[in-house]
Design a protein around this ligand. Structure first.
Ligand code: NDP
Length: 281
């Protein structure tokens, strides 16, 4: 058996068409403000790709570049200015921030109404109650990929590897909302030598760790759906966390890396922006 490739790009293109129509229906130009503190080539190139994607959808993308020496208080004041700016519908803080700035602290100053990354405690809290309109981008993208397979999540054995606040934890809540049976594995699971046994019983396996080859292809259950969120650069290649070639032989669906989850993450950011603009209007 060879799995069907779950490619993010075509799915992202469909969602973008819907977003374009929603932008037109808004009747005003939505604005996304992107804040970069200091010099970082990676953050700048990521922001540039967001800008391209925003402009293709008819969204205005503003760069706000601050000095690397900006203080936490200075950055908070800047964010509060963007919160108060009626033209700005969404705010994103590019990572990494200079070492003296605590991202968690800073991100809680973004108005929850403009928090297009969905990481404000109020928006995360709404996921817990099943009432979220703005959902963290990568988990939202994973849910879209799963949805595209037509799988009914009700009662499915889902194993998530990685419990970060940005991927694993919110994803677990979103899947619980669909009545999946969710197991979340993390470093403790690996250290206890139990990762393999959990992975082996996953009907749906989602891996977001950042360690190439962590998940052996042999561990993948026959017919499982495998979503590999991991991004690892090895020499000039980008690979995920799952041994792809081996897993391909066992899974029913598998995301390629790159080209699986990645294209959806930025698309979900734009969807959140439109949602935020609707909530504000
Ligand atoms: P984090 O480093 O925040 O989280 C990694 C998680 O993996 C932690 O929960 C960590 O546990 C766990 N972990 C580490 N080692 C092991 C192990 N040996 N066994 C089991 N669990 C382990 O990373 P992110 O969640 O931000 O990102 C994860 C990966 O996904 C990265 O490769 C990142 O680049 C990629 N990514 C891709 C995106 C996309 O759009 N495709 C978007 C976001 C992320 P603990 O904290 O306890 O050590």
């Amino acid at each position: 058996m060879s799995a069907v490739l779950l490619e993010g790009k075509p799915l992202a293109e469909n969602i973008k068409s819907a977003i374009k129509q929603e932008v037109q229906a808004l009747g005003f130009l939505p604005v996304l403000a992107s804040v970069i503190a200091g010099e970082n080539a990676g953050a700048e190139s990521y922001a540039k790709s967001q800008k391209k994607s925003a402009e293709n959808l008819g969204v205005e993308y503003q760069f706000h570049k601050l000095d690397a020496a900006v203080t936490e208080a200075g950055l908070i004041e800047y964010i509060e200015g963007l919160n108060a700016d009626k033209k700005v519908n969404g705010i994103i803080i590019q990572m990494p921030l200079p070492a003296h700035i605590d991202y968690k602290k800073i991100s809680s100053y973004i108005s929850p109404l403009k928090d297009v990354e969905g990481m404000h405690p109020e928006n995360i809290g709404k996921i817990l109650f099943g009432k979220a309109k703005i959902i963290p981008c990568t988990p939202a993208g994973v849910m879209e990929l799963l949805n595209s397979t037509g799988v009914d999540l009700y009662g499915k054995e889902v194993v998530i590897v990685g419990h970060s606040e940005i991927v694993g934890k919110p994803l677990a809540l979103l899947l619980l909302e669909k009545f999946a049976t969710v197991t979340v594995c993390h470093i403790g699971t690996s250290k206890a030598g139990k990762l393999e046994e959990h992975v082996k019983r996953a009907e749906i396996l989602i891996v977001a760790v950042g360690k190439p080859g962590l998940i052996k292809g042999q561990w993948v259950k026959d017919g499982a759906i495998v979503i590999d969120v991991g991004i690892n650069r090895i020499a000039d290649k980008i690979v995920g966390d799952v041994e792809f070639e081996e897993a391909l032989k066992k899974a029913s669906y598998i995301t390629p890396v790159p080209g699986g989850v990645g294209p959806l993450t930025v698309t979900m950011l734009m969807r959140n922006l439109i949602e935020a603009a609707k909530i504000q209007s």
